[in-house]
Design a protein around this ligand. Structure first.
Ligand code: NI
Length: 169
């Protein structure tokens, strides 16, 4: 297993649209293991393959307190959304230190393959539903700050670039 570098906003590669995973094979299982390790190490609750510069439809999630409820979704598709939406405060491993409100469906149902390649349907609500919507956006090349006003987004972009310059020194 290996820790993978996480792309940071405004890296243009975060705007790549991911392709479907063709087969859940050994390569995919190694990638899943590395993504889980990377997510836990970074203390995140979700990570999309896009964020580690792999542009295939794969996300890993764990919203449990104990960090022992890994959820792997391959080629996820939303099959149902609730009528109700809510403004939730979100953060992202690709935009460290930034938290802001995004409107999301309260509940979603997704169909996907699991880490063994078996079909599964996940009914999610609350934090898990928000996390799934956030990670599925990544697969479409969308980062949560794109929901914010252009003014806020520009401010965040400048802050991120400054932080990255400082780290590079
Ligand atoms: Ni994110």
């Amino acid at each position: 297993m290996a820790l993978l570098p996480i792309l940071r906003f405004p890296d243009p590669r975060l705007h790549t649209v991911a392709k479907p995973v063709p087969t859940v094979d050994a390569r995919m299982q190694a990638l899943i293991a590395d993504m889980l390790e990377t997510m836990y190490e970074a203390k995140g609750i979700g990570l999309a393959a896009t964020q580690i510069d792999v542009h295939e439809r794969l996300i890993v999630i764990d919203v449990s307190e104990e960090r022992d409820q890994a959820l792997v979704l391959i080629n996820p598709q939303v099959v149902w959304t609730s009528a109700e939406t809510h403004l939730n405060e979100e953060g992202c491993l690709s935009v460290p230190g930034i938290y802001d409100g995004v409107e999301r469906f309260d509940a979603v149902t997704v169909s996907a393959l699991d880490e063994k390649g078996n079909s599964r349907v996940v009914q999610a609500e609350d934090l898990l539903a928000v996390c799934i919507q956030h990670e599925m956006d990544h697969l479409m090349g969308k980062v949560f700050v794109e929901y914010l006003s252009p003014l806020k987004r520009n401010r965040i972009k400048k802050k991120m670039l400054k932080a990255q310059r400082e780290e590079a020194q």
